[in-house]
Design a protein around this ligand. Sequence first.
Ligand code: HEC
Length: 257
Amino acid sequence: MRKPIFVLLLGLLAPAMVSAAGSGVPLDSADVDLGNKRSLRNGARLFVNYCMGCHSLAYQRYNRLGRDLGIPDDLVKENLIFTADFSRKPEGEPVKVGSLMTIAMPKDKAKAWFGTPPPDLSVIARSRGADWLYTYLRSFYVDPKRPFGANNTVFKDVGMPNVLWELEGLKAARYEKVKGHDGKEVEKFAGFDQIQPGKLTPVEFDSAVRDLVAFLVYVGEPAKLERYNVGLWVILFLIILFFPAYALKKEYWKDVH
Ligand code: HEC
């Protein structure tokens, strides 16, 4: 009897164990709100401005994004499209609002520049999880030993430069020596020190990153927004249905009581 329960518990814990593995840095809660269209729109704006130079969303179309986030096509064209459409021809074509959100960076060149080509981020929120993304994007710090002068506490020796530094400012990471399990001294991350302020305050920056992560969560599963809407109607329907159902119940049981 005991054993199946143990196995079940283990099964429930498994996803947590997987996500805890890795850098060992505790993750902050992203706490995204997919019902907040303003947050998603801001996330989309940040993404096309700060990320799309290197990362594509090859399964997402601009107009689908516009429809889901409540942005009319002409505003999508004006505010979100800065690149050409590379999905069919390597030299690119003008982007139509129905085009996929691909980018021009050739994989082989990207590998030479960064060591690793920047991956497509269509499903990154599903593979890494929102909390990981939220923590990762806020964990870049100055490290002169790295090619781009930046490292990351969540993703050690990452190939990605600190692209949000203008907004966040620059941080140094503080490490302290602690005794590991085997008694040997190991370096443990102990916190960040701001060494140069950015355009945003730390609170504003966290909020901007939350919007960006919310956008990536949406991109990972666009149908989720539709389900949210449908869910709302279903609940409304059930609430309304309650009244005739209750009246019927009273009617049927009238003679019994
Ligand atoms: C200058 C190019 C560049 C820009 C701009 C850039 N990245 Fe990256 N990014 C990279 C590279 C290169 C990697 C691969 C790093 C590695 O594997 O070492 C990467 C990796 C990542 C990863 C980790 C993927 C994984 O392996 O799990 C995430 C998440 C990510 N980027 C998100 C973003 C977001 C969000 C933005 C916009 C704020 C952004 N990146 C902007 C180059 C870039």
